[in-house]
Structure formats: C-alpha cells, structure tokens
Design a protein around this ligand. Structure first.
Ligand SMILES: *[C@@H]1O[C@H](CO)[C@@H](O)[C@H](O)[C@H]1NC(C)=O
Ligand SMILES: *[C@@H]1O[C@H](CO)[C@@H](O)[C@H](O)[C@H]1NC(C)=O
Ligand SMILES: *[C@@H]1O[C@H](CO)[C@@H](O)[C@H](O)[C@H]1NC(C)=O
Ligand SMILES: *[C@@H]1O[C@H](CO)[C@@H](O)[C@H](O)[C@H]1NC(C)=O
Length: 453
C-alpha cells in the first residue's frame, strides 16, 4: 500500500513520506473509530456476571459517584447531590442534579459484583433483615412483574424486602436469558423470594399479563406463610411507605381491598365489547380487534374498569382463585383487550355486582372513592419533570418534592437510567424513613370510605 502510494504521489504532487504519513494517520484514526464503535455495541442484557473481579465493592455515595458519567461526574465529585435540598424543592439543586446521567458500564459493573455471592448481599447491609414484632405478625405477599432492567428490580426488592414477607417474581418468558439468570441468582439468596412456578410469554394488553398475576396468587396461597394482604407491583415502581407503615395501614384496612373503580365514558367499552385475538405482526405477537361482537359476561356480571395494580386481602385472593363464578368470568376475559384492567375492579365493586359477595368488596360509588395503592400522573392532569411514556409520567428529580408528600403506598414509575438521581434520592428518602420512622397520619387512612369498620 505504501509503495502504491509512492507511485501515486506523481499525480498527488506529494513527497513519498508525506503520502505515507497521511495513510498512517487515516489508518490510526480508523482503528480508533472501530474501537469506539465496538464499545458502543456492548449489549447490556448479555453482560456476564463472571466478567467482573470481586475486589473493591463500593457502596452508597462512593458508588453513586462511580456510575455517573463524563463531565457531570466531574462536577458531581466536586459537589455531590444534596438530596436534602431536592426534598425541600431547591430549584438550583434540582436543575443541576437532573442533568446528571448514568454511566451504565459502571452501573453494571458494581451492581453485578454485589451479586456474585449471597454472602455479599447479606453482609452489605443494604437489605433489611431485622423487623419489628408488629411486622412479623403481619406478613404481606408481593408479586413483581418484570421483563427488563435487573438493576431497577433489585433496587425495588431491596427496599421492600423483609424476612417476614413473601415475594413472587414473574419474569416474562421471552426476556433475555441473562435477566432470567440474574433474577434467579438473586431470588436464591432469600428463603422467602421465589420465581413464579409458571412463566407466561406476556403480550401487551393480552390475557397473559393477567395470567402472570394469577400464577403468583395461586403460588402464594400454597406457601406456609399466612400472609394477610397481597400487593402486585410492576418492576418500575417504588414504595412511598415503609413496611412498618404498610402494616399499620393494612391493619386499618381490616380486610378491605384498595382497588380503583371507573364507570361511564372512561371505561373504554370497545375493549370488552369485541373479541380480540393474538396476531403475528412482523414477528411480534400483538393483540388485534376482530370486531366480532362478544357475548355478555357470565353470571350477570357488570364490568367496571380500574388499574391492573391494587391491594388485595387474603380472602379476596382466595375468592379469585377458587370461586367457580370467578373462574367462569376469567375464562370470559381471555379474549378481551387488557383484562387485567377489568377483573379486580369488576369483582371489587359490589354496588354493581352485589350478588358476588366479594370479600373486602366496596358497596359505594366506584368513581367517587380514593384509590391509594399507586400514585401515577396521567398526561394532561399534572406537570411531569421527567418524560411521558404511553401518557404516564416517568418521574424526574423535579417531581420528588411532591412525590414524598403523597399518601399513596407506591409510586409508578421511574426509569433507573432517566435522571438517575431521582431514584437515588427516593432511595435515600426511603431508607432514612425506615431508620428514623416519622409519625404517620393514620387518621387519614382510618377515614377512607372503603375501609371495613
Ligand atoms: C435492626 O437492627 C439495628 C442494629 O442492630 C437496630 O438499630 C434497629 O433498631 C433494628 N430495627 C428494628 C426494626 O428492630
Ligand atoms: C415453611 O416451610 C419451609 C419449608 O418448605 C420451612 O423451612 C419453614 O420453616 C416453614 N415455615 C413455617 C412458618 O412453618
Ligand atoms: C342482573 O343484574 C341486574 C342489575 O345489575 C338486575 O337488575 C337483574 O335482575 C339481574 N338479572 C338476573 C337474571 O339476575
Ligand atoms: C374489622 O372488620 C370486622 C368485620 O369484618 C368488624 O367486625 C370489626 O369491627 C372491624 N374492626 C375495626 C377496628 O373496625
């Protein structure tokens, strides 16, 4: 090549050496671009845990600094984020910290190191292993539905984990092998965390999403833990109440469920008036409307809409799993759109379905009662300092000051890689609350209209 260049130089009117230097420079910069491209291609899902050495496991602030990228890392190390100022709504601190991004490479590295062995998890003291007598006497069952982001799910579990509770994790059957492996490795570290006995291939808006919850419910009923309440959560949620606070609130609930109810125009009746079927659209399974009219629900059931998430008493869960009318209704739900947003609300609201005698059900007007299970912001109803995804706010740092004032039990949702300081400050707020419990206004919960007194 160099010789060819020397021949060519007549045409280029250059010296032989100049020509060769140019070639060398082109080759060098080319290889840099190639190396850079290779770095960009590292697939986060396929990172192998064993790739990372076990030394220098870091925690807390130090780790937070480590996974923050580039220039902002520099300014972060100069002056770390003061979550205390964020909680107070300090505009300058919020503005500065919402610009801090993640260096996902560091993130993966340090988090995965901690999951090399269960010993590290137990000894890192980031999970809470001692609980009060009151919590021991009131076990709660959780199911977490997840399909990605091991790190975020791990942070959720770390917050809500207590040895007195029980946790069922449902991983989407089609999620990556490394996600399945990592979750299994994590669950194996705890006696009271398990993977659902049957994993569904979850299709958006399809019945499989509901089946996943039903699988966890029946698995949880089979355990020997006499849990009192069941709470289902998506992987991107975060708690607003500590476990002790949840116990106190659920004791006040006294067997009532906390389920959202929507009737009238906001029910999206098209979703259950027609038969839906699963179609293959460019290799992706999608739900499609056939526009074929569906028969009315069995047992004279009237449909109510609500959220897929809620707080369910043990007797309600038993009813869902064993009552024959509910089994017939579940069968009817198999070919509608988003059955998970209709089942709980329909069963719970006994004003419309009195004959079901649902345990923990609510006799009053579905739309007029508050719903405390989850706090979320729908587009158009309030500002969002993060981003909108499918009309739901993914919270940013600027939302924290009002989130921590909310009465709800959980908040949905965060992305661990969108304004990562948001989740970091939530974590700081939550663990501080666990260590130094504040006086909670229980009177508010006692006065809720759906509470069984
Ligand atoms: C858990 O243990 C720590 C340290 O031993 C103690 O300070 C804390 O009060 C305990 N928490 C509970 C809920 O018992
Ligand atoms: C529940 O069963 C497991 C074994 O399946 C056992 O180790 C544990 O002690 C039991 N717990 C209770 C409260 O009976
Ligand atoms: C069905 O329910 C409606 C009220 O929702 C009631 O008026 C009607 O009598 C019920 N029919 C049967 C056959 O139970
Ligand atoms: C809890 O509910 C039961 C009925 O299920 C009722 O008898 C009891 O008084 C309630 N407790 C409180 C504190 O309201």
């Amino acid at each position: 090549m160099f010789r060819a260049c020397c021949r060519l130089r007549y045409y280029l009117r250059l010296r032989c050496t100049t020509c060769n230097i140019i070639i060398l420079l082109v080759l060098l910069s080319g290889s840099q671009v190639w190396i850079w491209c290779r770095r960009q291609q590292v697939n986060p899902e396929t990172t192998d845990i064993d790739e990372f050495p076990m030394d220098h496991v870091k925690h807390g602030r130090e780790r937070m600094a480590e996974h923050i990228a580039g220039l902002s890392a520099y300014s972060y190390q100069m002056r770390p984020v003061n979550c205390g100022q964020v909680f107070k709504g300090d505009k300058e601190e919020i503005k500065r910290s919402s610009k801090i991004g993640t260096n996902s490479k560091y993130y993966r590295k340090y988090f995965l190191q901690e999951f090399k062995s269960c010993k590290v998890i137990r000894e890192s003291s980031k999970y809470i292993f001692n609980v009060s007598e009151e919590e021991k006497q009131f076990p709660i069952a959780f199911s977490i539905l997840l399909y990605k982001d091991f790190f975020q799910v791990e942070r959720l579990l770390r917050a809500i984990y207590r040895p007195s509770n029980i946790y069922c994790l449902h991983i989407d059957a089609k999620s990556s092998k490394s996600l399945h492996d990592n979750i299994r490795r994590l669950a194996a570290c705890f006696d009271n965390v398990f993977i659902a006995s049957k994993l569904e291939d979850v299709i958006y808006s399809g019945f499989s999403r509901l089946q996943a919850d039903l699988n966890c419910m029946s698995d949880l009923l089979k355990t020997n833990i006499s849990w009192k309440y069941f709470i289902n959560l998506p992987g991107q949620t975060y708690p607003l109440r500590t476990n002790l606070e949840l116990v106190k609130i659920l004791k006040i609930y006294n067997g009532s469920n906390d389920i959202e109810g929507i009737t009238g125009a906001r029910m999206l009746t098209g979703r259950f008036k027609y038969v839906y079927k699963i179609a293959d659209v460019k290799g992706k399974k999608t739900l499609e409307n056939t526009y074929k009219k569906k028969l009315p629900p069995p047992h004279n059931i009237s449909i109510v809409k609500g959220s897929a998430y809620g707080v369910f008493s043990r007797n309600f869960v038993k009813f869902v799993i064993s009552d024959q009318r509910v089994q017939d209704f579940v069968k009817w739900l198999e070919d509608i759109n988003s059955p998970d947003e209709y089942i709980w609300a329909t069963l719970h609201h006994t004003k419309l379905n009195q004959h079901l005698n649902t345990p923990g059900g609510y006799k009053g007007d579905p739309d007029k009662k508050p719903w405390l299970a989850t706090y979320a912001i729908w587009k158009g109803l309030a500002p969002c300092s993060g981003i909108w995804v499918r009309s739901i706010c993914v919270f940013g740092v600027g939302d924290i000051p009002h989130l921590i004032q909310k009465k709800q039990l959980f908040v949905n949702k965060f992305y661990f890689n969108l304004q990562p300081v948001a989740l970091n400050c939530m974590e700081e707020w939550y663990f501080h609350r666990v260590r130094s419990p504040l006086k909670l206004d229980l009177e508010y919960y006692r006065k809720l209209p759906f509470v069984n007194s």
